[in-house]
Write a protein that binds this ligand. Structure first.
Ligand code: HEC
Length: 367
């Protein structure tokens, strides 16, 4: 009898701790307000918990008293409001001064990324994917939803530099590139939980990440900037409150077709997520050149290098890479950190796609 009781208690404890673990490690896409399980915790760093309150050792925020995860009180409890978002002054790419909370966040649906314009790694891909997202959101951009790209290298990225960067990517209305005082930007990135992200001096630590949220409802989610853009557009629409029922169905079906389609071919998946924001195969130039036939006109070793270390090719003054770099308005082909196997898979994919466009005898002679 006793043993059974002990077992039940142990089982209960186990289930309780599983609940705790899942609560504190909720995946992206949750409301930060709904994960308080102990008396005090930090809204930004849910792993920081305390019985006595005080401030978070990681970000200095006042720890919040836990409350029931009740949708109506989520906003007040979440601290994702004026007390959380620093209301510091930033400058847009057009030289306009704005307040981070009052002018940019308050009452809005927003997507925020951290960038630096000299980035050779993931930021160009991240920005290019936001350009796709901007297209999908269409005329809701600047009305219902706003994008903010905040530089983490404010010393270099002046409003003029940011303006030139935004122009290269054909950035449309509702998307601001922002610079400001280094300390203010550090504070913003810390408060947004994006501070483990790009650091100009240590670019390898860069995990592209996009924070999307609705200040009015207090719901925020961190996404990989490499997420499927259609899926992300749907998530943003959902944040704007467009027919939640219909959206849920949409997301499910989009996701399913995408994953079915993407699983078929790794090359197609890699190309879609890492290259297609800037390149097509046979549909004309985008931010970078159309890659139709590129596997026939360039040799394979060179292709491997431009995909793996484009910046080194340019530094070595490789004539083709330099000419391309100048032709494409000096937008960098980014160094994407793909493993060799993936690079080969993508090259094979480009070859196969090209073969589908041209007669076999005119393609694929290089190896
Ligand atoms: C942020 C945009 C961007 C992304 C993402 C990107 N590229 Fe590029 N790519 C460019 C630009 C711009 C150029 C031309 C200028 C240069 O080479 O720097 C280029 C050039 C190239 C070239 C040389 C074309 C030629 O005519 O020889 C190849 C090949 C290439 N990219 C392949 C890829 C592949 C494969 C991927 C995905 C793994 C990829 N790129 C991702 C922007 C991008």
């Amino acid at each position: 009898m006793n043993r059974t009781n002990v077992k039940i208690v142990l089982l209960g404890l186990l289930m309780f701790s599983i609940t705790l673990v899942t609560n504190s490690q909720l995946p992206s896409g949750h409301s930060f307000a709904q994960q308080q399980v102990v008396e005090y915790s930090c809204p930004m760093h849910p792993e920081v918990k305390s019985k006595t309150g005080g401030s978070c050792p990681k970000c200095g925020m006042t720890l919040k008293q836990a409350s029931k995860p009740d949708a109506q009180t989520a906003k007040e409890d979440s601290q994702w409001g004026e007390t959380h978002f620093p209301n510091v002054e930033l400058t847009t790419q057009n030289g306009k001064k704005v307040r981070f909370y009052d002018d940019l966040i308050k009452g809005k649906v927003v997507a925020i990324e951290l960038i630096y314009t000299t980035c050779k790694y993931n930021c160009p891909l991240e920005t290019a994917r936001m350009v796709q997202l901007q297209k999908l959101l269409g005329d809701r951009m600047g009305k219902d939803v706003f994008f903010y790209s905040i530089t983490i290298e404010p010393e270099h990225d002046t409003p003029e530099v940011l303006k030139a960067y935004a122009d290269k990517y054909h950035v449309g209305p509702g998307w601001l590139f922002l610079t400001g005082k280094p300390a203010d930007i550090k504070l913003i990135s810390r408060r947004l939980g994006l501070d483990s992200l790009p650091n100009g001096n240590d670019p390898d630590g860069h995990t592209p990440s996009l924070l999307i949220g609705n200040e009015a409802t207090g719901i925020w989610m961190k996404n990989s900037a490499l997420d499927n853009t259609k899926f992300m557009a749907l998530k943003i629409e959902q944040l704007m409150g467009y027919g939640p029922q219909a959206q849920v169905v949409n997301i499910a079906s989009t996701n399913k077709t995408e994953s079915v389609k993407l699983n078929i071919d790794k090359g197609q998946y890699l190309f879609a997520t890492r290259c297609a924001a800037c390149h097509t195969i046979g549909n004309g130039d985008k931010i970078g050149p159309d890659l139709l036939g590129v596997t026939s006109v360039r040799d394979r070793a060179w292709l491997q290098r431009i995909i793996t270390e484009p910046d080194t090719l340019i530094a070595e003054k490789d004539p083709i890479a330099t000419a391309l770099f100048q032709k494409y308005k000096e937008i960098r082909m980014p160094r994407l950190g793909l493993p060799e196997a993936d690079v080969n898979t993508i090259i094979e994919y480009m070859k196969a796609q090209t073969a589908g466009f041209k007669k076999p005898e005119t393609t694929g002679t290089q190896n």
